[in-house]
Design a protein around this ligand. Structure first.
Ligand SMILES: Cc1cc2nc3c(=O)[nH]c(=O)nc-3n(C[C@H](O)[C@H](O)[C@H](O)COP(=O)(O)OP(=O)(O)OC[C@H]3O[C@@H](n4cnc5c(N)ncnc54)[C@H](O)[C@@H]3O)c2cc1C
Length: 351
């Protein structure tokens, strides 16, 4: 017993000695080792003239223009399905030349167009974007890959805030909508509710009042955040009923929306609004976190850029819903993608 213990202890000492030597070597050469790793990583890093983040309509239009201009570029998209918000759209009836397509169908057409032109897509979520001292962009993904480029198009889009009430998700596209401009036409002569108290909600109610038989404007407070002028205008429309101090509780319907159940905050009682559609306008948030420190944004976070899509950061262009602009639609997103690439070409030519 004693002998085996001594033997074990001898082996142990040998191992410890080995580890100590290796540790000392690593300690003395740590900076060389780290520089070596950085060098290897940099050598393996993909470098392009342009990186497009996002493959919604803005990103895919940019990719089509970039491919036709024979630019060296890559598209990074977190979802295996291209199309962005269009994927969530039940029917798109306002994209010229392609009426009545479903959102997934239109997305697929756009993606096939990109594939035909040989566009390279990486299915990864971008984690960070840095501007390096030499003016290039370093893009890191959650898959621990790194990409470098001279220019970058931010086409990461936006997402709508939800109410999070029962029935909302289940009936999305079946009467629940987040876009009156997009879906209003499907509710001609019907009864709808708009939920929200900001400019967009009141504008949506006015827009829908011209198409629908009746519109309920449901808001949780008595006062509206929307501009007073807009609220006054809404009050002139006889078919808009203001339902204030009321919170939406649930949306009901077997196949399509049939009613919105609200809670009157003052009386504490429930009320059922028989409606065919519920338009939720409680906010939209741009996906700007990645770029927020590099570019100027408005108070809501939209990247400030004009029609050229040039942001305040040289070489970084904002296309689509992420950009501050009056109308966020598929057609305006696609137009931005085209404009952004035109600006990229100019930027690269000017060196
Ligand atoms: C329900 C609904 C219905 C609509 N209906 C219509 C309609 O009928 N007609 C119309 O014209 N417009 C409609 N719209 C609006 C239209 O879809 C948007 O204006 C348009 O999709 C914006 O395009 P985009 O490319 O700027 O952004 P998005 O479509 O939002 O695409 C952005 C892409 O970027 C990707 N992305 C974001 N962050 C990252 C990241 N960190 N790493 C990698 N990828 C990332 C996302 O996955 C997404 O694919 C609708 C919107 C919704 C929500």
């Amino acid at each position: 017993m004693e002998v085996s213990c001594v033997k074990f202890s001898d082996n142990c000492h040998k191992w410890l000695y080995g580890i100590e030597i290796a540790g000392e070597f690593l300690y003395n050469n740590m900076s060389t080792y780290v520089s070596f790793l950085v060098l290897i990583r940099r050598k393996c890093m993909e470098k392009h003239d342009l990186i497009i983040i996002g493959s919604g309509p803005a990103g895919m239009a940019a990719a089509i223009y970039a491919a036709r201009a024979e630019l060296d570029f890559v598209v990074i998209e977190r979802s295996p399905l291209s199309g962005g918000q269009v994927q969530q759209t039940y029917e798109v009836d306002n994209y010229p030349g392609l009426p009545g397509l479903t959102g997934p169908e239109l997305s697929q057409h756009m993606r096939e167009h990109c594939d035909k032109l040989g566009v390279s897509f990486k299915t990864e979520e971008v984690r960070s974007v840095e501007k390096q001292t030499d003016g290039t962009f370093l893009v890191k993904t959650w898959d621990k890959n790194e990409y470098e480029s001279k220019c970058l198009i931010a086409a990461a889009g936006a997402h709508h805030s939800t109410l999070g009430i029962p029935g909302e998700e289940e009936l999305a596209g079946m009467g629940v909508s987040y876009c009156a401009t997009c879906d209003g036409a499907f509710f001609k002569g019907k009864i709808c509710a708009v939920v929200g108290g900001g400019d967009v909600a009141v504008e949506d109610a006015i827009y829908l009042s011209k198409l629908c038989e009746k519109v309920y404007l449901v808001h949780r407070r008595d006062e509206f955040r929307a501009a007073a002028k807009l609220v006054s205008e809404a009050r002139t429309h006889a078919n808009i009923e203001f339902v204030t101090s009321a919170t939406p509780e649930r949306i009901e319907g077997s196949r399509n929306v049939e009613k919105l159940v609200i809670m009157d905050k003052k009386s504490g009682t429930e009320r059922e609004l028989k409606v065919d559609g519920v338009f939720i306008a409680v906010g939209i948030k741009p996906e700007v976190e990645l770029f927020g420190e590099l570019v100027e944004t408005d108070p809501k976070g939209y990247i400030i850029a004009d029609e050229s899509c040039a942001s305040s950061c040289p070489g970084l262009y904002a296309a689509g819903d992420i950009r501050l602009k009056p109308l966020r639609q598929i057609i305006t997103a696609a137009a931005d993608g085209a404009n952004a690439v035109t600006s990229v070409l100019k930027y690269l030519q000017e060196g």
